[in-house]
Ligand binder design. Structure first.
Ligand code: NAP
Length: 543
């Protein structure tokens, strides 16, 4: 028997470090890691010890059985083109902060996966103190507001961000504090040796076609935020009254959006989907979701494991037009070949009566979104020919974009912070801005899965610690006490870890009655009032 990596793989490479025989690849220091759809176990080398399964934060690694045959094949395919070499070597740790110069204080802006991985790596070093700033009253960014509600195993990645007692004393969470509004970049630098920006991509790319702003046309950024209870998107209110929705773009976000629209609402009843979205989806009349890819099937942006999982759903028919596959040359990469094989199988599959449908269309580009008061039709060009598709809902899922923070270098063309291995670069001089770092989507753009942020954050932390040890980071003029006072003056409504603990407990307990992991608050005011009572109670109790 051997172990096998399955669909949930988050690529954070915890398994790679745990494996005693080095049979999980690509490793973070190998070419291809940054673009790998998942990690793969070489069954011939695996010694069946299970260390990888224990280390995996999202339960993606299981023993191979007949039920995992497809994944065993996926794992094996990787090694056809990437045979094992006996010289593997992978070490995870960055250099340690020595006791010669203790007391490194770092501000992290953002609280999503990249911010959390950076904090984890920093707090693993003795004497490092981390202050994490988050705009919302709740932490975890993409893990809470991006991962689809029917992917609970992926959300479990957040469980690893629990600190030991000693680390807890060195970790300070400041929620409901927006950098650029309540505190600015210069103030953060004045109170910390370094500021690490990891606030993700806070906007979306636009289609830039006529009719994009009509009611009935929205972005996946809005739609995903809406069903995941992000307070900024609580009022997105997608029109689910027609029989068809169109999703433009065919990345994994597009598949998430299409799947949520096509899912029988009852299946979502035990998830943490936002209540208001669940109620609206229950009244949905959508029967068909058409996903438009502008390029061909081989170039489709969705990953093979996500397509495979979708194809397994008994309640959804996934439909592919055989004409889209005609004349497609066999791709040399076996992983892409597997994607094509899956699509070929879907093109031959029959339909199940009563199922909702996801139609994957390729070589189709949107030219115009049409309607007098709201969307009624979408004009497309398919295989070079014009076509009109009737719809009342169009969701653009063509990627995200980072937004700037005043005083921090920003590359407006790419929507990212310019950097060299995590050190932020001033575009005017091409030199690093002292004490300023970036990690995650704001550093590399919106690519990779949740765990990709671990390697990305570790690279940044390694640069930061190297700068500190080399004496390139000056001691900040102001200390922690002054920071706390400043925060108190500027943002009395800030929440700390206790505030989040109260919100978390309230959400979990509200969900328990219905067998759900939590019932999310999706209004800021509700989050804030859930955070307050226990703190008042605590003050009374300790008086
Ligand atoms: P993505 O994978 O980059 O896909 C973007 C899609 O938009 C592509 O199909 C792209 O087509 C298309 N597109 C871009 N500009 C367009 C335009 N002007 N007109 C029409 N189509 C356009 O981005 P994403 O789906 O937003 O995902 C972001 C990252 O999160 C990805 O790394 C993804 O894997 C990850 N993610 C993972 C999961 C999961 O593992 N379950 C779930 C969600 C997201 P072209 O390919 O032709 O450029």
């Amino acid at each position: 028997m051997a172990y096998v990596v399955t669909q949930n793989c988050c690529n954070d490479a915890s398994c790679v470090a745990a494996c005693p025989v080095g049979c999980i690849h690509p490793t973070p220091d190998e070419p291809g890691f940054g673009t790998a759809e998942m990690l793969y176990i070489d069954s011939a080398t695996c010694i069946d010890c299970g260390a990888c399964a224990d280390a995996c934060p999202v339960d993606a690694i299981v023993p191979d059985t007949e039920f995992t045959a497809d994944y065993s094949a996926m794992n094996a395919l990787y090694y056809q083109t990437n045979p094992m070499t006996p010289t593997w070597q992978y070490r995870t740790s960055t250099s340690l902060v020595t006791t010669d110069r203790p007391g490194l204080r770092v501000a992290i802006v953002g609280s999503g996966p990249a911010a959390q991985y950076a904090a984890k790596e920093l707090l693993a070093q003795p004497g490092v103190e981390v202050h994490m700033f988050e705009r919302l009253p709740v932490p975890f960014g993409l893990i809470r507001h991006g991962v689809a509600p029917d992917h609970p195993a992926t959300k479990a990645v957040a469980d690893q961000f629990a600190w030991t007692r000693d680390q807890e004393r060195r970790f300070h969470l400041h929620l409901n504090v927006e950098i650029g509004t309540h505190l600015d970049h210069a103030e953060l630098l004045a109170h910390h040796h370094a500021v690490l920006y990891a606030y993700g991509a806070a906007s979306n790319r636009r289609l830039e076609v006529r009719g994009e702003r009509l009611p009935g046309s929205l972005s996946a950024f809005d739609f995903v935020g809406w069903y995941n209870g992000h307070p900024d998107h609580a009022d997105a209110l997608p029109d689910l009254s027609g029989p068809r929705a169109i999703v433009v773009g065919n990345g994994n976000v597009a598949l998430d959006v299409a799947r949520i629209l096509a899912t029988e609402p009852e299946r979502l009843s035990t998830t943490d989907i936002a209540d208001h979205a669940y109620a609206r989806l229950r009244r949905s009349r959508i029967e068909e979701v058409v996903v438009l890819g502008r390029r061909g099937p081989v170039e489709a942006a969705f990953t093979t494991p996500e397509l495979h999982a979708l194809a397994q759903r008994p309640d959804i028919d996934v439909i592919v037009d055989p004409a889209d596959l005609e004349g497609v040359a066999e791709p040399p990469d076996p992983i892409v070949r597997q994607k094509l094989d899956l699509l070929t199988g879907l093109a031959r599959a029959g339909r199940t009566r009563g199922n909702r449908r996801i139609v994957l269309r390729f070589h189709t580009s949107v030219r115009e979104i049409v309607g007098e008061h709201c969307v009624t039709d979408v004009h497309v060009v398919r295989h070079g020919l014009p076509e009109v598709i009737e719809t009342s809902l169009l969701i653009g899922s063509i990627g995200f974009r980072g937004t700037p923070i005043r005083g921090v270098p920003f590359d407006a063309a790419n929507g990212t912070i310019p950097h060299d291995r995590g050190r932020v670069i001033r575009p005017t001089t091409g030199l690093p801005a002292t004490g300023v770092y970036a990690a995650g989507w704001i550093k590399r753009g919106p690519t990779g899965v949740i765990g990709t942020n671990r390697t990305c954050a570790n690279e940044t932390v390694a640069a930061l610690i190297e700068d500190y040890l080399e004496g390139r980071l000056a001691d900040p003029p102001a200390g922690r006490g002054e920071l706390v006072q400043l925060l108190h003056r500027r943002r009395p409504a800030a929440l700390d870890r206790d505030g989040w603990a109260a919100i978390d407990a309230a959400e979990r307990s509200a969900g328990m009655a219905d067998g759900r992991p939590r019932r999310k608050f999706y209004r800021t005011e509700d989050m804030l009032s859930a955070a307050r009572p226990p703190r008042r109670l605590l003050r009374l109790l300790t008086r």
